[in-house]
Design a binder for this molecule. Structure first.
Ligand SMILES: Cc1cc2nc3c(=O)[nH]c(=O)nc-3n(C[C@H](O)[C@H](O)[C@H](O)COP(=O)(O)OP(=O)(O)OC[C@H]3O[C@@H](n4cnc5c(N)ncnc54)[C@H](O)[C@@H]3O)c2cc1C
Ligand code: FES
Length: 254
């Protein structure tokens, strides 16, 4: 479960985001994550953006630990625990629509690769779009939304999803991204009578279901999730409303 992996490739995806590739022989499913670290930083959860023998994490540099991962170069050693979490439940014959918002595209990329599903990538601006070329390679159809209209549909990913659901028939939406996006996407799925699976994010310490840091209502995001289905989401009073900070205090989303 615990492991060392040699970094074999680094790709700059955007001004603040890099993909780090490494050889790691653990078996992984789409939607699972690893706890990643190097000496001198905290262990942090990272979705696996590639899940074959060569795996990858796609890291947005937002603070101390993610900045430390951005300093790594090819040949360096990454420490990993996992893979952890439930992952997406993918079935043959189901027509999926995949929605990735911001860094959330990293989590859904293996789903696009496995299913070839139609895909929406949402970002704040053209400069924030990540992993488009890879998603484009695998998706049957792919559309972009940007909040400022600098590329693709002018508006958010949920508005674009509603438009695409008018034009096409889907059974289930698979999504990862900012919680506000996921919450409104979930509401849209309720309106449209669609099934959904969404990957949530909470502060994590152990990543393995032991410490209770990552609770949302009575669910551990690391072990019972991070992917939750529509029925599970419908029972969560904290979904889209509040999360726990690093000290365990419940704080409302801004
Ligand atoms: C299951 C799971 C999968 C994840 N997958 C990825 C992934 O594939 N790629 C990736 O880049 N990140 C991913 N994350 C988020 C990542 O773990 C955090 O961004 C990271 O732990 C931040 O550590 P830091 O020390 O760099 O920043 P910190 O110093 O902890 O935070 C810096 C600042 O950013 C704020 N902040 C922290 N996390 C977030 C956030 N998620 N969004 C916005 N603001 C935040 C903090 O409140 C603080 O103000 C995932 C998280 C989970 C739970
Ligand atoms: S991070 Fe410890 S239980 Fe989830």
């Amino acid at each position: 479960m615990s492991n060392y992996a040699r970094i074999t490739g680094i790709t700059v995806e955007a001004y603040d985001t890099k993909t780090i590739e490494f050889q790691w022989d653990e078996k992984a499913r789409p939607g699972q994550f690893a706890m990643a670290w190097v000496p001198g930083m905290e262990e942090i959860p990272m979705s696996l953006s590639k899940i074959g023998r060569i795996k990858s994490i796609t890291v947005k540099n937002i603070g101390e630990s993610t900045n430390r991962l951005h300093q790594l170069t090819i040949g360096d050693t990454l420490r990993l625990r996992g893979p952890y979490g439930s992952g997406y439940d993918l079935k043959k014959g189901v027509k999926y629509l995949v929605v990735g918002g911001g860094i959330g595209v990293a989590s859904v990329l293996p789903v696009i690769k496995e299913t070839g599903a139609d895909t929406i990538i949402g970002a704040r601006t053209d400069k924030d779009i990540i992993l488009y070329d890879q998603a484009h390679r695998y998706a049957s159809d792919i559309w972009i939304s940007t909040d400022d209209g600098s590329r693709g549909f002018h508006g958010n990913a949920v508005e674009l999803m509603r438009e695409k659901c008018d034009e096409n028939r889907y059974d289930c939406v698979i999504a990862c991204g900012p919680e506000a996006m996921l919450y409104h996407l979930y509401k849209a799925c309720e309106d449209l009578g669609l099934d959904c699976q969404m990957s949530l994010e909470r502060h994590m310490k152990c990543g393995a279901g032991l410490c209770g840091c990552c609770m949302i209502d009575d669910q551990r995001v690391c072990k019972d999730g991070p992917v939750f289905n529509k029925e599970q989401l419908s029972g969560m009073t904290e979904f889209g409303v509040s999360k726990r900070d690093t000290c365990g205090r419940l704080v409302k989303f801004g």
